[in-house]
Design a protein around this ligand. Structure first.
Ligand code: AMP
Ligand code: MG
Length: 327
């Protein structure tokens, strides 16, 4: 529900932009919204009214979701059920797993796709959810770590029968990139993909920048900033997105791989702007775990990558090259 309102806030700002700068030429675009990837997804094409492209986009999202979900009958579901046996997966899956492992190394394990034994214990969607028992978290944590996932060519293997992979922190970015590639190949030059917080702005908007509103983590109806750019991904990870309160304590869905519990951080959200959404997705999750100082220096060390941090004390911290305005 929250995601829906947030999507509405983003839509609103696009409408605003259309009204203010879109007067020269009426849009010939089409837009579709649907539920996928466990969230609200929307695809807006600005320079074509071809609804068959929208059909194909949603079919592709579903196909890639099955391939990558730990609950489905695709590559990752099969890997998690293989009890340590080696498996042949699609080259794209193997490539994504390799990239995910690189992000584990780059972030000192703050980003960890092998957290599945732990993430399995947490249910952030259930009404009246409760945190798992400490012993269970400790035992599950012992089955995690990048060293337990082996990728060679298209052969992948979990080096412990109880280990598992959860691509929830990177899959939406990966899918956004593939969708953008598909649309480009179909000749689309202006589109906006919103995969529940993973935004990809394809091409330009009315010949200029897209304007992407960044939600205020404390108020779903307000924005903290508006990021501007073209052909870029804008991904936000925040503790407000998914979680529950138990005995007065808030438990959110971004876990610290060092503890197996929600990351205790000075942040409310991190937004990463980068050419590729797969990078932005992994980095936003990792930076949330790392906290503001370590996150800022990690982003500053990466080319063509910028970020905006919203801290618990309500302040904003942006990297030097971030292009944004205040609302
Ligand atoms: P995101 O919303 O992109 O920040 O990703 C959060 C999702 O990624 C969670 O719902 C989990 O499925 C998974 N996840 C949680 N913590 C981590 C972590 N530290 N590293 C990698 N994936 C994580
Ligand atoms: Mg992420």
């Amino acid at each position: 529900m929250k995601k829906r309102r947030w999507a509405a806030a983003i839509t609103e700002i696009f409408l605003l932009v259309t009204l203010t700068v879109g007067c020269r030429k009426a849009d010939a675009g089409v837009r579709r919204e649907g539920i996928a990837l466990d969230t609200v997804v929307s695809v807006t094409l600005y320079d074509t009214a071809d609804t068959a492209l929208l059909d194909e986009c949603f079919a592709l999202i579903q196909q890639w979701e099955t391939q990558l979900s730990c609950h489905a009958d695709g590559d990752i579901g099969r890997l998690n059920a293989a009890k340590g046996a080696a498996l042949t997966v699609a080259p794209e899956t193997a490539q994504l797993l390799s990239e995910a492992l690189s992000y584990s190394r780059l972030t000192d394990g703050a980003f960890d796709v092998t957290l599945e034994p732990v993430t399995r214990l947490w249910d952030f969607k259930k009404e009246n959810a409760v945190p798992p028992a400490q012993d269970a978290v400790k035992a599950a944590l012992a089955k995690t770590g990048a060293a337990r996932l082996h990728v060679e060519g298209t052969t992948v293997r979990l080096l412990d029968p109880a280990a598992g992979v959860d691509l929830g922190g990177i899959a939406k970015g990966y899918i956004a990139d593939r969708l953008a590639d598909y649309l480009r190949k179909q000749g689309v030059g202006s589109a906006l993909l919103d995969l529940g917080g993973n935004i990809y702005a394809l091409g330009s908007r009315n010949g200029g920048d897209f304007r992407i509103g960044i939600r205020d983590p404390r108020d779903e109806n307000s924005l903290v900033a508006v990021v501007t750019g073209q052909d870029c991904s804008v991904v936000t990870s925040g503790s407000y997105e998914r979680g529950f309160t138990y005995q007065g304590c808030r438990y959110h869905h971004i876990l610290d791989p060092a503890t197996g519990y929600p990351a205790q951080t000075d942040l409310l959200s991190v937004t990463v702007v980068s050419p590729r959404s797969v990078d932005g997705d992994a980095l936003a999750t990792a930076c949330f775990v790392l906290g503001k100082e370590r996150g800022l220096s990690l982003i500053a060390s990466l080319p063509e990558t910028e970020a905006l941090f919203v801290t618990k004390d309500g302040s904003l911290a942006a990297t030097e090259g971030l292009r944004y305005t205040l609302p």
